[in-house]
Design a protein around this ligand. Structure first.
Ligand SMILES: Nc1ncnc2c1ncn2[C@@H]1O[C@H](COP(=O)(O)OP(=O)(O)OP(=O)(O)O)[C@@H](O)[C@H]1O
Length: 252
């Protein structure tokens, strides 16, 4: 199987401070890697690096087997269609003056989708994230947090990416809404075969959707492996603390 995302020995320093101490990671197509750790453990820094929003000081990131940091501008533009970010706060990320339909249209146009397909594609996208077609006329301020997050997901999948990087993508939502949006992610994965790189401080968020876990503590990978193994027999004391601190999410 082709690995969609691979990190080898990723190091990131800020002045004298080392935020990431040689992180290795691996994500196969259609699978979910949960990246878990407390605030300050280096999760977002790792997320920025795999999105090529920040350069590591050492190490490599391979996207579909190609060195992400060696891609030319035009190669990067093409590769960008394959990986998209789902942000933490969708209402800030959505253009407040554009309707949901306009935001999606803009994204489809940027991805080179022909104008005659926009309408059907927007309906399909909204349906995929369990929103009715009427939401195409809504403005971001008219949406609840859960609805806005679904729109952000719809926008991220408009170009049919192979990888979604989700940085605390459900953390701002109430537990019951979290469960619904997590279901949407799980359906996306089974329906579209998208790989998810799912960053969260809350182990409960990823325990049901992640195939594998990477647990970070102060910039070091303290645990990595299949979720069932990590949760049933955590080898690191820090993971045991995270497990004890998690708040179960009710079923949607
Ligand atoms: N641009 C920066 N300059 C200096 N230090 C930084 C910078 N970005 C991150 N750091 C530091 O690197 C460490 C890891 O930060 P990072 O945001 O990756 O952690 P995190 O696990 O995502 O935490 P949070 O959930 O709070 O965002 C922190 O100690 C942070 O202060």
């Amino acid at each position: 199987m082709n690995t969609i995302l691979e990190g080898r020995g990723i190091v990131k320093t800020f002045g004298d401070f080392t935020a990431l101490h040689g992180i290795d990671l691996r994500l196969e197509p259609g699978r979910t890697l949960g990246v878990v750790g407390e605030s300050g453990s280096g999760k977002s820094t790792l997320g920025r690096i795999v999105m090529r929003l920040m350069k590591p000081d050492a190490g490599t990131v391979l996207l579909g087997g190609r060195d992400l940091f060696a891609l030319s501008r035009s190669q990067l533009r093409r590769a960008r269609r394959d990986f998209q970010l789902v942000p933490q706060d969708p209402r800030n990320a959505l253009n407040p003056t554009a309707t949901v339909g306009e935001s999606l249209m803009f994204q489809l146009a940027a991805q080179g989708v022909a104008r005659r397909e926009w309408r059907t594609r927007i309906d399909d996208l909204l349906q995929t994230v369990s929103l009715s077609g009427d939401y195409a006329h809504a403005y971001p301020h008219e949406l609840s947090g859960g609805q806005a997050q679904r729109v952000a997901i719809a926008r991220a999948i408009a170009g049919r990416p192979r990888l979604l990087v989700c940085d605390e993508a459900v953390s701002a939502l109430d537990k019951s809404v979290q469960a619904q949006v997590l279901n949407t992610f799980a359906e996306l994965q089974s329906g579209l075969g998208v790989a998810l790189f799912f960053i969260t401080h809350d182990l409960a968020v990823v325990e049901h959707i992640a195939d594998d876990l990477l647990v970070l503590n102060r910039g070091r990978a303290v645990e990595e492996g299949p979720t069932v193994d990590v949760l049933h027999a955590p080898s690191d004391p820090y993971t045991r603390e995270l497990l004890a601190a998690r708040h179960p999410i009710p079923a949607a």
